[in-house]
Design a protein around this ligand. Sequence first.
Ligand SMILES: [Zn+2]
Length: 200
Amino acid sequence: MKVIPPAIYNLIKEFNKLPGIGHKTSERFVFYLLKQPAREIENLAQRLRELKNSVKTCHSCFTYTEKAECEICQDISRDHQIICVVAEPRDVISLEKTAQFNGIYHVLGGLINHPEGIGPEQIRLAELLKRVEKNNIKEIIIATNPTMEGEATALHIAKLLAEKPLIKITKIARGLPIGGDIEFADEVTLGNALQARQKM
Ligand SMILES: [Zn+2]
């Protein structure tokens, strides 16, 4: 690729690493950026730096926030006795968009996936147990994706909490397409799945 200046080639390679971005799209990004004024590029670089410098995880629920504790955990008008368990911070955003949930969240940071070497210890299950024991939790809603990993994780959580009979354990209904991600479900479908949650 000697005809392409390294600065162009290297940035194409970087964009190409992003999910869903192929080589052609990466090229389009780079050639578009080359035509932009320097201040626009500086602005983009600044936003990228900010991302890692200012975003941290909430010390209670582990979703992304710029504070020690996220806005949802700080909100006293929400029901702090209902925890909705999700795999990733972006699932919190999807569920919030439904405007059907007024409890708080727990972000696992992944799902049990034995072939990939992710066991129960690699996700935030110990932290979930600690929260359940420390606070007076009355319901745990499991909102993992309807995939093999999502189901395995849901079952594992149900087993972990089975000895705590005071807690109701529910799972969001499968209005979601099989194998479909929470991330891609529309608000109405996801809202209905939450409303029609079933006891495990
Ligand atoms: Zn939080």
